[in-house]
Design a binder for this molecule. Structure first.
Ligand code: G4P
Length: 526
């Protein structure tokens, strides 16, 4: 019974947003509520500052610091909350996609003035592909922004979400007075003129009663009543089942910086958000309530200390109970391993834990055994392989700059690819290696880390590719023909899957026309 309760009280989620919408601030406020940190500012180190984007050493340093904050666990009202950090910087988008395979729900933060931005669009698309339940938090209401109804329209259109507002703002910017919580039918407003203090929630079950004007002006009350009426007419009522299926997204308004609307969001979140859900493995659907442990690695974090190549593999517990010092099967290596110091991350602190339940993330110190997507079990051969690779945006040949260090280079490249820093493609024609990345920044990171962690030096050369396309077909003769005529563009990825490196959109289109039975996708299939 305890096992079941432990699972049901867990909420494992990610916060996603376009950089600067307020993800870090919101995370921090949630941690403050959970008592996990005592003062604001503690999470800031987690963030890769815009100013530092050209300075990869600084980024690496900050990424190092952020090991402890990759997962933030805290207790709140009897719930165990695990927030998985998702880097906002677009060059690390791949990291974010992978992290999304380990969450059970997400909160999307949108800046009220900027509306839906590109990064939000991409990330929500990934969530929708997986039917991950989504809650929307519209932030920065203390600033002038878009009209609430217009913004909801924009979100529905651009993100393809069906929305259901559970709170509604009273005014905006200078005139922002508070939030009416449609979920609990409670009002919260600012006290005094300087907006430094926020009221206790006031229960107002009927906004048409005169009580409302005890707290806000007649004009504000009128506007709120009108708008709430429209909301009730236009938007569907909250339906938890639809939310859990990813078909309906509750919306909250607030200001993370001013701690406004955050408690409402959190209180509702713990109540409605899903506990750990069954996960699809290649072999079968794995239920969290199964007694035997299974889990998978969704992230590997390098230790920033260049003298130690140790890393931390982050494992999401899918089913059963994970225990310290117990033997588990590393499925890919077919090897039994036990872990003497699994970590859990409580705010900025790292602690050794004896056990972990489904939904939890454990950090396993690793010296090179793990690769993203690896599975662990109590003996069952199971593969949680839905961690796809997406086509990189940049491609370069990598060359060895120090012939005496070929071995170190190979090892370094291998391990950095295991961590998911970039993708390696080996050309079929001549075995030359091409590194594909999401952002140009990664090339600097790789070069720097190869030198400082592996003592190897590399140079790059341009490789003219536009996208990597994974291939699927039953038509063997077309496949043979493709490999023959497009020799120069054919490569193998790290898992030995065949990939077509298209020069351009036009080139891909022509190839598709020529080989109609071959499917080319920008995402690996398993
Ligand atoms: P991110 O993680 O999504 O990139 O965003 P972050 O929380 O760092 O917020 C980006 C900027 O927006 C920060 O200002 C932050 O203080 C501000 N911000 C967040 N929430 C609100 C809000 O509710 N209202 C207002 N007015 N601003 C908000 P910054 O100047 O870039 O950083 P800092 O100097 O304050 O650290």
């Amino acid at each position: 019974m305890i096992f079941e309760q432990e699972i049901k009280r867990r909420r494992t989620f990610g916060i996603i947003s376009h950089p600067d919408a307020g993800k870090t601030t919101l995370t921090e406020k949630l941690l403050l509520f959970g008592g996990a940190i005592q003062e604001a500012g503690a999470v800031k180190s987690n963030k890769i500052k815009k100013a530092a984007t050209s300075d990869f050493m600084e980024i690496e340093r900050q990424r190092g610091i952020s090991v402890a904050t990759s997962v933030l666990a805290f207790e709140y009202k009897g719930y165990k909350i695990n927030i998985l950090d998702t880097p906002g910087h677009q060059d690390f988008a791949e990291d974010t996609y992978r992290t999304l395979t380990a969450v059970d729900s997400v909160i999307v933060v949108i800046d009220v003035a900027k509306g839906v931005e590109t990064q939000t669009e991409k990330l929500v698309q990934v969530c929708r592909m997986r039917d991950i339940p989504i809650i929307v938090f519209i932030n920065k209401l203390d600033r002038e922004g878009k009209d609430a109804f217009d913004l909801l329209d924009e979100i529905e259109q651009k993100l393809g979400l069906r929305l259901c507002p559970l709170s509604w703002p009273i005014g905006m910017g200078q005139d922002f007075e508070g939030v009416y919580n449609l979920w609990e039918q409670k009002l919260k407003f600012y006290l005094g003129n300087n907006k430094q203090r926020v009221s206790e929630s006031v229960e107002i079950t009927d906004i048409f009663s005169d009580d409302l004007t005890d707290f806000i002006t007649e004009r504000q009350a009128e506007k709120l009543r009108e708008e709430v009426e429209i909301v009730r007419e236009v938007y569907p009522a909250f339906d938890r089942k639809a939310y859990l299926k990813g078909q309906l997204s509750p919306v909250f308004f607030g200001s993370a910086l001013n701690n406004f609307g955050v408690a409402e969001l959190l209180d509702c979140f713990v109540e409605i958000a899903p506990w750990p859900q069954p996960k699809k493995a290649d072999e079968r659907l794995v239920d969290p309530f199964e007694p035997k442990f299974t889990g998978f690695v969704f992230k590997i974090h390098a230790n920033i200390d260049p003298n130690h190549r140790s890393r931390i593999a982050f494992v999401k517990v899918v089913s059963g109970k994970f225990e310290r010092n117990k033997n588990y099967l590393h499925v890919r290596l077919g090897k039994t391993m036990k872990f003497s110091s699994p970590n859990m991350f409580l705010a900025a602190k790292k602690e050794v834990v004896d056990e972990a339940y489904p939904g939890d993330i454990v950090g396993l110190p690793d010296s090179g055994n793990f690769r993203i997507g690896d599975s662990l079990s109590e003996g069952e051969v199971i593969h949680f392989r839905d961690i796809p690779s997406f086509s990189p945006e940049h491609f370069r040949f990598i060359n060895n700059a120090d012939p005496l260090k070929a071995k170190q280079l190979a090892k370094g490249i291998d391990q950095l690819m295991d961590e998911g820093v970039a993708q390696l493609f080996t050309l079929e024609q001549n075995g030359r290696k091409v590194i594909g990345t999401v952002g140009a920044l990664q090339y600097d990171v790789i070069q720097y880390r190869l030198e400082h962690e592996y003592g190897a030096r590399c140079t790059y050369e341009p490789f003219p590719a536009w996208k990597a396309c994974w291939i699927q077909t039953d038509n063997e003769s077309q496949l043979a023909e493709l490999r023959r005529t497009k020799q120069r563009n054919m490569a193998r990825d790290k898992h030995d899957r065949l990939v077509f490196l298209a020069d351009s959109e036009f080139n891909l289109q022509m190839t598709r026309e020529k080989f109609p039975d071959i499917q080319f996708t920008f995402k690996s299939n398993d």
